[in-house]
Every structure is written in structure tokens, then in C-alpha cells.
Design a protein around this ligand. Structure first.
Ligand code: NDP
Length: 332
């Protein structure tokens, strides 16, 4: 099988030379272990941070070792009484064709309930991020006005739709192309959308939300966060989910320059990690599963095929070439 190793630490934007596709023998399972033929690999923004040698909530990828990340596949060998050959599982050893791991570290998934790739996206980590961030962290209330950045991506597209389904009065999204903005309004039910590449975010947000916003779901940081703070009404809240605008920056970005507004307007900005909210998993699957079945929640995936294309898929996602969850398919 083949697996992607980190060959060097990127400085700024990663280049193909920072990665190496390495051939390795298909592993044998030890006692209690399974071998999984991965069928879908997740490529996610947080992986860029793990390519830096800095202490964070997850350890950095090691040079010359396989990278890891979310993956879904089929069990092809098992020394576990709990997980039989043929079972489909979700686990954390992506970026490779074959994974060997303790069966206890894999979650069984049902391909009859949803397409396998959905367990990496709409019914998986990114979906849960949208659900927990909007409902628990930002504490969205019916009748409020919501602004979502990165709104055509995996997390953002789901956050905006959940806001509408939970009774938001008005949902505004920003994204990096006119096509993505059209999708937000025409398919996902956003009330307004703007292309942040065309004019300053602050001006476009003021046009789309003349009476201000109550909730900001931040996937981008930088100019988006600054504009959102200025647009916030009294008692506004922001769920700080990510700041992708800066992930390839070499220096930390300046600003926001208007943090002083937090005081007078009684604003709350709160960072969060999806991994702290596993207790919401039951509600998440029940509610999002129901919306999917009823056709009330729509989603896109950008599927790139072939292990050799995994780095290109990751870099394309960082550049915005994806709409919805970016995954890599490894057909058998
Ligand atoms: P997406 O599917 O949204 O893909 C990334 C998108 O970011 C691209 O499609 C691109 O869309 C956009 N983007 C790239 N550069 C910029 C930029 N300079 N300014 C604005 N937008 C940019 O990824 P995810 O849905 O997986 O992740 C979205 C955010 O959520 C990220 O910040 C991520 O780190 C965060 N996250 C946080 C978690 C947590 O627990 N806190 C868990 C999961 C994700 P466009 O064409 O619009 O530019």
C-alpha cells in the first residue's frame, strides 16, 4: 500500500516537495487489531497546522513518518472478536491506503444509512463542528441574524443551513467565488451572500445586514472577524471556529483593530474545539440525519480520486477549489 509522509516542514504555502508518497507492505493485524482498506480520506484545514513544529492541541506530524487524519474504509483482516472482516469503519489513520489499528479505536459505520464519505463530512467531524459551534457556543436563538464566513465549505454550509432550520431570521454567508455565493442563496437557503474577493468585507456585510448581526460563525478570522465585530448588535456572540485566512502566513496577522467594541456592546467571542462536545453526538446524528432524510439539509462534496492526488486535494482545499467537504476517494 501507499502512504503520504511529511518530507519537510512547509514555510508559508506547502509545496509538493514537502510530501512524499511511500510504498509500504500491507500490514498484518496483531491481537485485537484490524487492517482497513481506506476508501475515503479526509483533507482538512487543521492539517496545515500539524505540518508546523509547534505545540498545539494535536502533536505535529513527524518528518519522514506517515501523516494521519480522518478516514473511512473496509476491514480486510481482523484479529478482533468485535469487528469482522467486511465491516466499514471510521478511524484516524488517513493519508494511506491500508491502516492497521486497535479495533477499539475504530467506529463502525453503516453504508446503508449514508454514503461512506458523509461520515467524514455532513454526518462527521465537520457537521458536528457546525452543530456544536452554532447551537452550544454561539447559542443561536430564533429570530436572530447570523453571519457565516467560509460559507460554501464543509462547516460553513452546514452552519448556515442549521441556523435557518433553527429559526434564524436572516442568514448571510461569504465565500470566494460568485458560483459559491449563488449556491448559498439558491440551494442552501441563505438570505444573502457575498464574494469576499470583490470588495471589502466590512462594506459588503454592512450592505447585507444593515441592522447588524447577532451571531457570527467564524471560519476565516482576519478581515472577516473585524467586520463581524463592527456589525454586531448588543449582546452579539461569535463562535471562533477557525481562521483559515492565516494558516499559511509566516507571521501572525495583526488585529482585529476593533476589539474595544466588545466591552460597550457586551459581546462574547468564544473559541471551541469540536472534540470537547462528544456528548452532543446523539442529538447531532438524530437531528442532522432527520434533516437529510427529509431533504431539508443539502450538501456538496468535492471528491478527488486516487492516493497520488491526496496532496493536490489538500492544497486545492486550502486555495478554495472545494465546495463542501473535500475528500479523497480510493476506489478498490
Ligand atoms: P472548508 O470546506 O471550508 O474548506 C476551506 C475553505 O476555506 C476553502 O474552500 C476556501 O473557500 C476558504 N478559504 C481559504 N482561504 C481563505 C481566505 N484567505 N479567506 C477566506 N476563506 C478562505 O473547510 P472546513 O469546513 O473543514 O473548515 C472550515 C473552518 O473550520 C476552518 O477554519 C477549520 O480550521 C475550522 N474547523 C474547526 C474545528 C474546531 O473544532 N474548532 C473543526 C473543524 C474545522 P473560498 O472559496 O470561500 O475562499
Amino acid at each position: 500500500g501507499r502512504e503520504w509522509h511529511l518530507a519537510g516542514r512547509p514555510h508559508g504555502w506547502p509545496t509538493p516537495a514537502d510530501f512524499a508518497l511511500v510504498e509500504t507492505p500491507v500490514p498484518e493485524p496483531g491481537p485485537g487489531q484490524i487492517v482497513v482498506r481506506n476508501l475515503y480520506l479526509s483533507v482538512d484545514p487543521y492539517m496545515r497546522g500539524r505540518m508546523n513544529d509547534v505545540k498545539s492541541y494535536m502533536p505535529p506530524f513527524a518528518i519522514g513518518k506517515p501523516m494521519d487524519g480522518g478516514a473511512v474504509g473496509r476491514v480486510v483482516a481482523s484479529q478482533s472478536a468485535d469487528v469482522a472482516v467486511g465491516t466499514h469503519v471510521l478511524h484516524g489513520l488517513g493519508w494511506r491506503e491500508y491502516a492497521v489499528l486497535d479495533a477499539a479505536k475504530a467506529a463502525v459505520v453503516d453504508p446503508e444509512q449514508a454514503p461512506l464519505s458523509a461520515y467524514l463530512g455532513v454526518l462527521g467531524m465537520t457537521g458536528m463542528t457546525a452543530y456544536a459551534g452554532l447551537l452550544r457556543i454561539a447559542e443561536l436563538a430564533p429570530g436572530e441574524t447570523v453571519f457565516v464566513s467560509g460559507a460554501a465549505g464543509a462547516v460553513g454550509s452546514q452552519a448556515g443551513q442549521i441556523a435557518k432550520l433553527k429559526g434564524a431570521a436572516r442568514v448571510i454567508g461569504s465565500a470566494g467565488s460568485d458560483e459559491k455565493c449563488a449556491l448559498l442563496v439558491e440551494d442552501y437557503g441563505f438570505d444573502a451572500a457575498f464574494n469576499y474577493k470583490k470588495a471589502p468585507v466590512a462594506d459588503q456585510l454592512a450592505d447585507a445586514a444593515p441592522d447588524g448581526i447577532d451571531v457570527y460563525f467564524d471560519n476565516v478570522g482576519g478581515d472577516h472577524l473585524e467586520a463581524a465585530i463592527s456589525a454586531m448588535r448588543l449582546n452579539g456572540r461569535a463562535a471562533l471556529c477557525g481562521s483559515i485566512a492565516a494558516y499559511n502566513d509566516v507571521e501572525p496577522p495583526p488585529g482585529p483593530r476593533n476589539l474595544g467594541l466588545l466591552v460597550g456592546r457586551r459581546l462574547m467571542l468564544r473559541g471551541f474545539m469540536v472534540g470537547d462536545h462528544h456528548d452532543m453526538q446523539g442529538d447531532f446524528v438524530r437531528e442532522v440525519g432527520g434533516w437529510l432524510r427529509d431533504g431539508k439539509l443539502h450538501y456538496r462534496e468535492t471528491v478527488t480520486t486516487g492516493i497520488d492526488q491526496a496532496v493536490a486535494a489538500f492544497l486545492g482545499m486550502l486555495r478554495g477549489e472545494n465546495t463542501g467537504k473535500a475528500v479523497v476517494a480510493l476506489p478498490e
